[in-house]
Ligand binder design. Structure first.
Ligand SMILES: [Zn+2]
Length: 169
């Protein structure tokens, strides 16, 4: 089932998400819905708070479902390692129409649970490292806009406020 994606300004997106205590049938359904919603958007990553559920779960698929085996589902993820630096354009399904260059580590190792509750550890470089960090930020109530500084951030926030006032956000 497709779930609506919340946009910048919604309280849930700006709040730290809680760990998943147990993979219940409800969590299993949520994960199915997140995958479907991510592919339909289309997007390469989605975090549970983006569909209004304040839990520490994200899905990533850099191929947007075009290649088998590309899907990553992480429950209660944590960083094990982060190093290097990369500077690339980044966007977000919750901030449609806006992009900005965000500084991120270029390599990360993330560990967490898979959707069956088994432990997993993943390494990502380049775009995958960026996606891991972007989705981890969502679980901490942070959007890429919050990682920008000064005038770049102000410009996006001001445009979003304007769109919100006009009922177009
Ligand atoms: Zn995002």
């Amino acid at each position: 089932m497709l779930r609506p994606i919340l946009k910048y300004g919604d309280e849930i997106l700006h709040t730290r998400a809680e760990p998943v205590a147990e993979i219940t049938p409800e969590i299993d359904r949520l994960i199915d819905d997140m995958i479907e919603t991510m592919y339909a958007a289309p997007g390469i990553g989605l975090a549970a708070p983006q569909v209004g559920v304040p839990l520490r779960i994200f899905t990533i698929d850099l191929s947007v479902g075009r290649e088998g085996g590309g899907l990553i589902v992480m429950v209660n993820p944590e960083f094990v390692e982060r190093d290097g630096l990369q500077l690339e354009e980044e966007g977000c399904l919750s901030v449609p129409g806006f992009n900005a260059t965000v500084v991120r580590p270029s390599r990360v190792i993330v560990k967490g649970l898979d959707r069956h509750g088994g432990e997993q550890q993943r390494e990502g470089t380049g775009l995958l490292a960026r996606a891991f960090q972007h989705e981890m930020d969502h679980l901490d109530g942070m959007l890429f806009v919050d990682r920008l500084r000064g005038i770049k951030r102000d410009l996006i926030v001001r445009k979003i406020r304007k769109l919100t006032r006009a009922g177009k956000w």
